[in-house]
Design a protein around this ligand. Sequence first.
Ligand SMILES: Nc1ncnc2c1ncn2[C@@H]1O[C@H](COP(=O)(O)OP(=O)(O)OP(=O)(O)O)[C@@H](O)[C@H]1O
Ligand SMILES: [Zn+2]
Ligand SMILES: [Zn+2]
Length: 840
Amino acid sequence: MSQSENSELSAFEGVEVLVDCPGIQGLYTYRIPKDFNVTPGDIVSVPFGGRQLGAIVIRLMSIVSMSTLNYTLRDIDSIVSQGFFSKDYWKLLERVANYYQTSLIQVIRTALPPGLLGRSQRRIRLRRSVDATALSSASDSLDLLKPSAQALLNALSQSSQGDYTWRYLKRQHKQATAGLDQLLSKGWVESYLAMVTPPKPQQRQAVSLTASSIPESAALTNRQQEILVTLQRCGGDLWLSDALQRLRTTSATLQRLAAKGYVIIEARERLRLGGHSPVLADQPKPLTPDQSRVLSVMTGLTGYAQVLLHGVTGSGKTEVYLQAIVRWLQAGKSVLVLVPEIGLTPQLTDRFRARFGEQVCVYHSNLSDGERYDTWRQMLNGQPQVVIGTRSAIFLPLPHLGMIVLDEEHDSSFKQDQPAPCYHTRTVARWRAEMADCPLVLGSATPALSTWVEVKDPNNIETFHGTSLYYLGLPNRVHQRPLPPVKVVDMRLELQAGNRSVFSRPLQMALEQMQTKGEQGLLFIHRRGHSRFVSCRSCGHVMDCPDCDVSLAYHQPQNEGPAHLRCHYCGYGQRHPDECPNCKSPYLKYFGSGTQRIVHELQSQFPGLRCLRFDSDTTRAKGAHRALLERFAAGEADVLVGTQMLTKGIDLPQITVVGVVAADGLLHMPDYWSGERAFQTLTQVAGRAGRGERPGQVILQTYTPEHPVIGAAKSHNYQAFIDYEIEHRQLLGYPPYGRLVLLRLTSPTEVEVEVAAQRCAEQLQAWLTSFGHAELADDWAGPSVLGPTPAPVFRVAKRYRWHVLLKLPLAMVVPDLTYLRSHLPKSVRLTIDIDPLNLS
Ligand SMILES: Nc1ncnc2c1ncn2[C@@H]1O[C@H](COP(=O)(O)OP(=O)(O)OP(=O)(O)O)[C@@H](O)[C@H]1O
Ligand SMILES: [Zn+2]
Ligand SMILES: [Zn+2]
């Protein structure tokens, strides 16, 4: 290689690739043959042992760094596909690895679906610009072709599509590789990776009413009338299979109703795409003036901007997203919509499907590997589409992004605690939007304090200057519907007045009135991790997990069914024992105020009230959330009793009563943002009441009615909450007025992890001191090392856990902490959590 060659080009002679082979991890180095032009993100084929494997090029390497390798390098075999990922995509992954202090390979594992390369199929086709007949007439150039190239060319031009799989061509032709090289270098053929065809739209039969009111007609039998009424109560629209069950009828009966014109039975797909049924067709709603104002700002944005859409519960944020998305799709762009937990919000996905039909794709970690892979791959085809996904969907390689929406942006499930990278979707979304030069919309009724401070008061925080920040408010519910009044009940006074029930007198009254009016209600229970433990009434022995320092939780999936004990940390499970393992007493009892207990209490106090439980027990099966919500919506129960899940996206007009059984567990969580989380949860659950025409009410039971968070929730006063909370955070230098980094150390050896944690803390302390930052006792907001401390749950899955927390002022850069790993004993694992939310 001559000296005069472009030094930048000649600096790279090799690549590090990620090979696609189950069980093989880490990066492998290969040499780039001359004339190959390889860039990160390309898919190549490489020799690996005795096989050829697909691989993704991760990084280019210089001769210098390759010379340190102590094995002979092999060449890349061929380039299968270029431009599979955009360059920006790799920059994004690298940025995540750098900021969150993890290896690139960890990030890649989070970002790419399993088996990415394994299923890809290399194909060869004639270039469109090259006309086959023109080729054969240009005999002089053909003369120069190798026989193998000639043979391939003939095969391709004789096939109707001019397109074969590489496997087929190799089997059929000798020395196909050499022939292909020549054709590729002449630019006559191209090698590409076959795109999977988009998943076929589901063609399921659905039954729907043709009219919104059911006619009193002599042509209908009583039974038929009854079926129509039940169908109407179920929303007027059901899958045929569900309809047969729920309406307790047969296909033939429904067919007869269809023949008479009362219902339509047809494939749901056609209905989705704006069919003729007025019940089903979901048209854009005429917007309220507030919504219109917000929409026009949103759709007027060109380029990167961060928008906080702060709309009270039921203000029609989702409708605004839907209408903004239409504009992007029309412009040929795609939109990414990120939601906290998809399983919990079947209603939301339905609304998107009803509007955009098969242009909607859903992506989350509960899909099977195959489903994830297919969805992921078909995104690369560049067609405008709407993708709804959870946390990791932020890494989907959607080209032509028009907008990213983070719905319920305050929700902590957008943050990954483990495994590394411990990323926050909002942070990655910001980078992604910046790179795609598109707007990022953060929507919430209760924005995260950090988002609020950033958008409303950018001067407070130096790091965010220079970006376009918009605050868009929807301060009212649609159609001037009022937010439900919140009645705070002091449970201490209830007890003093002789009421020993978990339900206060106002809540009892509200439930009774609700039932007589035929309305529905929600009862929210905040459940802490270990609230339903089992203990012995004779000796007090508590059933604990053998591998963790927590008690086992009591589960009884079916009433009267067998009971189990399960560890919520490691998954350990066992049968409920018949007698105490300590004293052999048969009197074991479970404690705690779980949903089961509340349901039992309701049943004994209100025998006429029908309840449904909506929690992790009753919704474990696939599709169970949807099924339960549909049963509730259809009026099969009066009250839905549940946990955190109730706070997310339930939009049912017939809900008029929301009861919070005890707010106190929420208020007293041991971390710096428990006040924020409590306010958000209370406001969200309250927001489920009175969304329809009938006014709603909220009964909030607590032992600390004077708490400022309760006061703010009572008056739906976000600003009051913010003012209270900001003062604390500022004073103590907590986020967003300071930065936290949590080091999580674990080991099966108790002593080793303690010593290691001690050592990490000392190193950090030394680092702070070297900056001249001796800890000042009276500077609460100053930099400091907190700990080491044993984690709140000291042992999980046989590993002991210690924490070290580093608190820094915003002005200080987070140091590179990965060097701490080099001093750790083998048994100790260290996870670096930048901007942690979960400190337990
Ligand atoms: N312009 C409108 N006209 C009539 N109905 C509307 C309009 N906009 C929204 N709605 C309806 O009002 C209800 C609440 O709207 P939506 O679910 O979009 O609110 P949201 O702000 O996303 O709610 P939340 O954050 O509480 O889940 C929905 O049933 C929706 O169909
Ligand atoms: Zn006992
Ligand atoms: Zn356990």
